[in-house]
Design a protein around this ligand. Structure first.
Ligand code: ZN
Ligand code: ZN
Length: 345
């Protein structure tokens, strides 16, 4: 089969890949749609994501959907032809975190398309990915599998919003209008937020979030935005920091009300310098949000039942043989939010 393989920074290719035999509990899929995530982009641009460094060729991708092609021994409830969204998490099920039910914080997590372990855990961007039956969430008939591929990033957003514990009608600041920030704004609305404010450095991204969620948006660096930020000091109930920029977290700390809650969902680079005095004098809580737990199933439910319409965030689609163009498009934040790939196009 063909697979989208990253070998080193800037060395991405579509190459043939051997298909493994199915073992107990596994299924083989026909790939439908896959979304390019920031981490895929990082492997492409830098050959690494934080401490996960590429040391061998790896199939990319952890946001994808497909059709069941073949079921392995012991699989019940899934039949060939069924459409599924795939949860890319493969927790060990045995460590203390797994036993406590916090499988997303598994100490031995094998997350698809990740170089955190060696050998690496291959992703799903191949014609016929093999996954565990337990990773498959069956989709209702007639569902758009392209949108189902957004289940993973939307699950990340739902998880961050769950940790934010947004009181009904609360004012919520979302810093960053990339995929996660945009989806966080959608999820915050679902969770009953009142005023939602989104900031970013890219105007088109802000316009899109505004159109979908009705959020108030501010372009960072703009004089009017600076004035708005001044009036927001100490006034925002909840902040979700989705940009991974130190200055945004600084702003979050300035804007948070006393005893407010800040959720960090964007990855901050290790060299980030912060002043935490504001956190202290307002007794604010700063909490990290990482991946998702039961929110994956909830994301699939909301997407497939039309509770949310994420279609406006799908800004480009490419065939897998144009993968390199697709990655370039995904890196262009002024034009794109989510870029999707398929083997059909
Ligand atoms: Zn992702
Ligand atoms: Zn575990």
């Amino acid at each position: 089969m063909r697979a989208c393989v990253i070998r080193a920074a800037k060395d991405l290719c579509i190459q043939s890949w051997a298909e493994p035999e199915l073992t107990t509990g596994e299924v083989r899929l026909d790939f439908a749609w896959g979304g390019i995530c920031g981490s895929d982009l990082h492997y492409f641009q830098h050959g690494r994501v934080a401490n996960s460094i590429l040391r061998e060729p790896m199939i990319l991708g952890h946001e994808f959907s497909g059709y069941i092609r073949e079921v392995g021994p012991g699989v019940v409830g899934l039949r060939p032809g069924m459409a599924v969204a795939v949860n890319p998490s493969r927790p060990c099920g045995r460590c203390d975190q797994c036993v406590a039910g916090l499988t997303h914080l598994c100490r031995n997590m094998r997350f698809m398309g990740s170089a955190a372990h060696f050998p690496h855990t291959h992703g799903g961007f191949c014609e016929r990915p093999v996954v565990l039956a337990a990773q498959c969430i069956p989709l209702p008939e007639g569902v758009d599998l392209a949108l189902a591929a957004l289940s993973e990033p939307y699950a990340v957003a739902l998880h961050a919003v769950a940790l934010a514990q947004i009181p009904a009608g609360a004012s919520v600041l979302v810093t960053g209008a990339g995929t996660i920030g945009s989806l966080v704004a959608v999820a915050a609305r679902q969770a009953g937020a009142g005023r939602v404010i989104v900031t970013d450095i890219a105007e088109p991204a802000l316009r899109r979030v505004h159109d979908v969620t009705g959020a108030e948006t501010h372009l960072v660096g703009d004089a009017e935005a600076s004035r708005a930020a001044e009036t927001a000091i100490g006034e925002v109930d909840v902040v979700l920091e989705a940009s991974g920029v130190g200055a945004a977290l600084d702003m979050a700390i300035r804007c948070i009300r006393p005893r407010g809650r800040i959720v960090q969902v964007g990855f901050l680079p290790p060299e980030t310098k912060l002043s935490l005095a504001g956190l202290l004098i307002r007794e604010a809580t700063l909490i990290g949000a990482y991946r998702f737990l039961g929110e994956f199933d909830e994301a699939v439910r909301q997407i497939t039942t039309g509770v949310v319409d994420l279609a406006p965030f799908v800004t480009a689609r490419f065939g897998m043989d144009q993968a390199e163009d697709a990655f370039a498009a995904a890196a262009d934040r002024t034009r794109n939010v989510k870029v999707l790939l398929s083997f059909e196009g």
